[in-house]
Design a protein around this ligand. Structure first.
Ligand SMILES: NC(=O)c1ccc[n+]([C@@H]2O[C@H](COP(=O)([O-])OP(=O)(O)OC[C@H]3O[C@@H](n4cnc5c(N)ncnc54)[C@H](O)[C@@H]3O)[C@@H](O)[C@H]2O)c1
Ligand SMILES: N[C@H](CO)Cc1c[nH]c[nH+]1
Ligand SMILES: [Zn+2]
Length: 427
């Protein structure tokens, strides 16, 4: 990890850069796979699954009976945990549904907005190194609440070509029938363009590694919507003297274990906290099964000591982390000052892991600084908002003159006429 002591504001951007695969190589690889799947469909999907994932697939789709029976292999304690997560996540997301409100902007001029579900959606569930069945919960629940009709799930196959039982069990609990054992760029391409086996969708959701994220960004340029760039996981911890270094170390490691390109950042106004966290990481790391991955991610990690807590908050806002944990005495007051972050965790007893699994919030969140402008997944992500308006004769008389005036000023006579012709009749 790198340690910075009171860096100048001019250096913040440079210090806070995310780790990235060589851009040219990444782009070329992604474009090649996208193009091949677009032209050769299932055959290309199978060929890339063989060459990249080293798996020879006969069938891309998981048979519905296999999904139905998957629960037989999942233990009761895990089923119970999944139930709790589903309950909390459903409760939190259900509250995001807004009632239609009709607004009379002038007498006789009524406007309203209605949420209409996106009919066909593709859900990408990461599975390169860990089958993230929690991501299926995070995506399927808001999709179902929104009312999306067709949910297509793609997730990388395991070495034997099958899909994790827990992912399949979660799919069955959430009422999902179409699951495909396809990962990476080929999955994004299959859902974007459609193949003989995989239905084409209108919007693709879900996190993934840098290949998956780049593929989503490409297909967006071709008219398929995406939720957001949700790439390698990140966490930033903002800590003052009240923080517990062991807790911070555990939180940093929880995201470092996702992948070698994950990034974890500690920002503190106490050098002593930073020193204790480093010691705690060394101790905790040894007990982790994914130690090697976490160690690699820690090479990208930054420990930043800021003399002034206000400057520390400004730096955190510049970083725009996917997850921000505020382990400070006045966490609530500081949270009010946060302008850029995917999801925020307040106080010593809000580990980021709870948001990953079961507190209720969504874990599909913008990374790589995109939290400056993007939100995480919510019910809104699965709907289009259509606006409506209805005017009475009186309403048109009210607003019409302003419209005509503006149309004339823009030199658009036909716009003016569409109002004038009606007003002529009513007078
Ligand atoms: N931002 C979020 O909301 C969020 C949520 C959960 C997970 N994540 C991130 O998702 C990622 C999951 O990554 P993962 O790799 O384990 O699974 P993944 O499913 O995203 O990617 C695995 C696939 O990547 C493809 N791939 C791997 N190496 C490739 C190469 N050299 N060329 C072309 N394709 C290649 C393979 O086809 C493979 O099936 C992690 O980085 C994790 O941090 C982010
Ligand atoms: N931390 C991830 C988002 O960056 C989500 C996740 C899933 N499982 C565990 N964690
Ligand atoms: Zn996580």
């Amino acid at each position: 990890m790198q340690i910075f002591n009171n860096p100048s504001i001019n250096d913040w951007q440079q210090i806070l850069q995310r780790p990235a695969i060589n851009n040219d190589t990444l782009q070329n690889t992604v474009l090649h796979i996208l193009k091949s799947v677009q032209t050769e469909g299932d055959e290309a999907v199978k060929a890339f699954t063989k060459s990249i994932d080293h798996i020879e697939l006969k069938q891309l789709q998981v048979a519905p009976e296999v999904i139905k029976k998957a629960g037989e292999k999942v233990d009761a304690a895990l089923k119970n945990a999944i139930d709790i997560a589903i309950q909390n996540i459903r409760l939190f997301h259900q509250k995001q549904v807004q009632a239609i409100e009709k607004v009379e902007t002038m007498p006789g001029v009524v406007c309203w907005r209605k949420s209409v579900p996106i009919e066909k959606v593709g859900l990408y569930i990461p599975g390169g190194t860990a089958p993230l069945f929690s991501t299926l919960i995070m995506l399927a629940i808001p999709a179902k609440i929104a009312g999306c009709k067709e949910l297509i799930v793609c997730t990388p196959p395991r070495k034997d070509g099958t899909v994790s039982e827990v992912i399949l069990y979660t799919a069955s609990v959430l009422g999902i029938e179409k699951v495909f054992a396809i990962g990476g760029v080929q999955a994004i391409a299959a859902m974007a363009y459609g193949t003989a086996s995989v239905p084409q969708v209108y919007k693709i959701f879900g996190p993934g590694n840098q290949y998956v994220t780049a593929a989503k960004q490409f297909i967006q340029q071709q008219g398929v919507a995406i939720d957001m760039p949700a790439g390698p996981s990140e966490v930033c911890v903002l800590a003052d003297e009240s923080a517990n270094p062991d807790f911070i170390a555990a939180d940093l490691l929880s995201q470092a274990e996702h992948g070698p390109d994950s990034q974890v950042v500690l920002v503190t106004n106490q050098m002593i906290i930073a020193e204790k966290v480093i010691k705690a990481i060394e101790q905790q790391l040894n007990n982790l099964p994914r130690k090697v991955i976490a160690e690699k991610a820690l090479q990208n990690s930054k420990f930043i000591i800021m003399d002034d807590l206000e400057d520390a908050i400004a730096l955190v806002n510049t970083y725009a982390a996917e997850h921000l944990i505020i382990q400070c005495e006045h966490a609530e007051a500081i949270a009010e000052k946060i302008t850029n972050a995917g999801s925020v965790f307040l106080g010593n007893y809000s580990p980021e892991s709870v948001g990953d699994y079961a507190s209720g919030t969504n874990h599909t969140l913008p990374t790589n600084g995109f939290a400056k402008a993007y939100s995480g997944v919510s019910v809104d992500s699965f709907v289009k908002k259509i606006t409506f308006q209805q005017l009475s004769q009186q309403g048109l008389q009210q607003v019409g003159p302003a419209v005509m005036q503006m149309a004339i000023a823009e030199g658009l006579e036909a716009h003016k006429n569409a109002v004038q012709i009606r007003l002529n009749q009513t007078i």
